[in-house]
Design a protein around this ligand. Structure first.
Ligand code: HEC
Length: 259
């Protein structure tokens, strides 16, 4: 072959290599994780979990720590609790997810004023509590009427299409599943890809810690739809709907480490 031909072959190989790297974002995440472990000796997820644990044991204005709060399985019981959220809570009379329940704990039990609760602290505590569900199966139920109602709202929102582009969650996550959005394929968030278990997570691509609430809000942002507020009903409804469809999925590692 002439030198020019070699150049073409080389370029084609590089392209293939690039494509191969794009093929599996999960494999790439694993590689990045190994790299970080080798260079830093600790993962950002672990640091945030530690921070969350400290906040969990910090006393609030009422003198109580978060161990006084019930995350669904009884006061202070964390083992497997996050895998069973969202769920209905009798004491607040509403369905809550992990983020919302942490907020309830900090305001109603620990006595922090709502304005004083930092989002970064809620996320850190969510990382810590979620870490206690690694290895558990997602088990979300629709027993209370409030849960059934919220699920129905989540289903409606998931299939709704809005905006100038007439798109909704299902456009990307049902119709276009597997097709590529830049680097990442659109996930089957209602089953095959077990997406519910990928959050809360540390995203190495932009060095951010996200819970599922942040993930869903970002997707609303992608379609230029006004983002529902954190802790709001539409977010909780979509979460319950997604979690229910991911029932039975095993949490490989919470918090996760993703692109
Ligand atoms: C325009 C296409 C598009 C629409 C519409 C969209 N998403 Fe996404 N979604 C994406 C992309 C792309 C990703 C992956 C991006 C990333 O992780 O960087 C993603 C990721 C997700 C994930 C995480 C998947 C996983 O396995 O980690 C969930 C859950 C999700 N979206 C839910 C929703 C919900 C709920 C809606 C409706 C409010 C929605 N998405 C609307 C494109 C979309």
């Amino acid at each position: 072959m002439r030198p020019k031909a070699w150049w073409v072959v080389g370029a084609a190989l590089l392209l293939l290599l690039g494509l191969a790297q794009e093929v599996d974002p999960r494999e790439e995440a694993k590689r990045q994780k190994e790299l970080l472990l080798q260079t830093a000796g600790i993962l950002p997820t672990e640091l945030v979990v530690q921070q969350g644990e400290e906040l969990f044991h910090r006393k609030g204005p009422s003198g109580k720590t978060m161990a006084e709060c019930d995350f669904g399985l009884g006061k202070g019981v964390l083992e497997g609790a996050a895998a069973r959220l969202p769920r209905y809570f009798l004491d607040t009379g509403r369905v809550e997810d992990l983020d919302h329940r942490i907020l309830t704990c900090m305001t109603k039990v620990q006595g922090f004023p709502k304005e004083a609760v930092k989002r970064s602290e809620v996320v850190a505590v969510a990382f810590y509590i979620a870490s206690k569900s690694t290895g558990h199966r997602i088990n979300v139920r629709l027993l209370f009427p409030q849960e059934k109602e919220l699920y129905a709202l989540g289903e409606k929102l998931f299939y709704a299409r809005t905006g100038a582009r007439d798109v909704g969650c299902a456009t990307c996550h049902v119709t276009y599943v597997g097709k590529r959005a830049g680097v990442l394929p659109y996930a089957d968030v209602l089953g095959k890809d077990q997406s519910w278990t990928h959050w809360p997570a540390y995203r190495y691509s932009n060095d951010q810690t996200w819970t599922m609430q942040d993930r869903i809000r970002a997707c609303y942002g992608n379609i230029a739809h006004p983002q529902p507020d954190l802790y709001s009903l539409p977010i909780l409804a979509l979460e319950l709907f997604l979690a229910y469809h991911n029932n039975g999925a095993v949490v490989e590692e919470w918090p996760a480490f993703v692109r």
